[in-house]
Ligand binder design. Structure first.
Ligand code: FAD
Length: 324
């Protein structure tokens, strides 16, 4: 019988998050012969989200609908998913290592009495063995994990496993199910978002991040302009958040968000170990700092020593010119 791998999709604002497509690619890496079964949960139609999963490589998708699934709660989502897992008996389960993924997957794993490998950044296949790689000690080292028994249950860090190419002609079965949700202890009525509109920090491929060197909330404006021309998001050090230059939802680091964009531009950030914990695995790091001894240059691929208030507008201008 063909092995099944269940991919739990995450819908936000009527769209599937990109990490859900990365999760499909991860499932294919785990076993390219497996049947990839997608799951999407919500209160609305879900057909568009289910079709998107199929176009990115899922073979079949179950869309689970109930008013209680409109906004995420571990209570409602775990109930519904546990029933689906019981029905499908998948050999593997994959979800994004997002706020919801971090909250939901340990609850499901404990109910299933199985292990969970969280925050996977890469998957290697060595003959019969599938090896999962994840950072430890705040990104200073990586460990390799192997599952020898039971369900292979993993969460993947956004922006690390490339999505498969979208094939709009791909077809697959979509099953719409009205599901029951009982005895809820938690009901979320509304979510008020603090972060500004625009590119989501945890999925952004470019991040322009400001530190205490930016000196004020106004000082962040040129960083927003640079982020806009690059199609990226703005982040910050805790120093900048503590100084009230920006909201804590932008904080990157050990006690903030962990990001792995293609390009991370650290502006007026000294490079404290707690900041590096959230960004040192970025693919290319550019540091702009007036202190040539700043620790951030030790992790940077490119360094610019100088005053950020001169450099950022020049960079923005040049990139605008290149982009026409
Ligand atoms: P600073 O260290 O003050 O650095 C400012 C930099 O700006 C300096 O290098 C300076 O040379 C440069 N600069 C100044 N003016 C200019 C200019 N005009 N042009 C160019 N460069 C200029 N920090 C985090 O970021 N994220 C976390 O999640 C986090 N978690 C923490 C958890 C704990 C338990 C603790 C104890 C600390 C944590 N911190 C965290 C705080 C961390 O230790 C540092 O204090 C913080 O990262 C410093 O922020 P910063 O680099 O912006 O400020």
């Amino acid at each position: 019988m063909t092995e099944k791998i269940l991919v739990i999709g995450e819908v936000r604002d009527g769209e599937l998050r990109n990490v859900s497509f990365e999760a499909i690619a991860a499932a294919k890496k785990m076993n390219d012969q497996a049947e990839i079964v997608g799951a999407v949960l919500g209160a609305g139609e879900l057909e568009k989200e289910a079709q998107a999963m199929i176009q990115y490589g899922a073979d079949r998708v179950t869309a689970l609908k109930n008013d209680a699934l409109k906004l995420y709660t571990a209570d409602a989502f775990s109930q519904v998913l546990l029933k689906l897992i019981e029905k499908e008996s998948p050999a593997g389960i994959v979800m994004g290592h997002t706020a919801a993924g971090k909250d939901l997957t340990p609850k499901i794993a404990s109910k299933l009495e199985t292990g969970l490998i969280s925050d996977v950044t890469d998957i290697e296949v060595d003959g019969e063995k599938t090896i999962f790689i994840r950072p430890i000690y705040s990104g200073k080292a990586f460990e390799k994990k192997l599952i020898t028994d039971g369900i292979t249950f993993i969460t993947i860090r956004p922006n690390n496993i490339p999505v498969l190419e979208r094939d709009e002609s791909r077809t697959g079965e979509v099953i719409h199910e009205d599901v029951e949700v009982n005895d809820l202890r938690t009901v979320i009525k509304d979510v008020i978002r603090k972060a500004s509109e625009g590119v989501d920090l945890s999925e952004a491929s470019v991040i322009v991040s400001g530190g205490r060197g930016v000196k004020s909330a106004d000082g962040f404006k040129p960083l927003y302009e640079l982020a806009e021309v690059l199609g990226g998001a703005v982040g910050a050090s805790r120093g900048a958040c503590d100084a009230d230059y920006c909201d804590y939802s932008l904080q990157i680091g050990q006690t903030g968000k962990v990001v792995t964009p293609d390009l991370y531009i650290a502006v007026g950030i000294s490079g404290a170990i707690q900041h590096l914990a959230g960004m040192s695995n970025s693919k290319v790091i550019v540091a702009i700092n007036k202190d040539p001894e700043a620790n951030i240059f030790n992790v940077a691929d490119y360094g610019i020593v100088g005053d950020l208030f001169e450099i950022i507008p020049m960079l923005t201008e040049e990139i605008r010119k290149i982009k026409g």
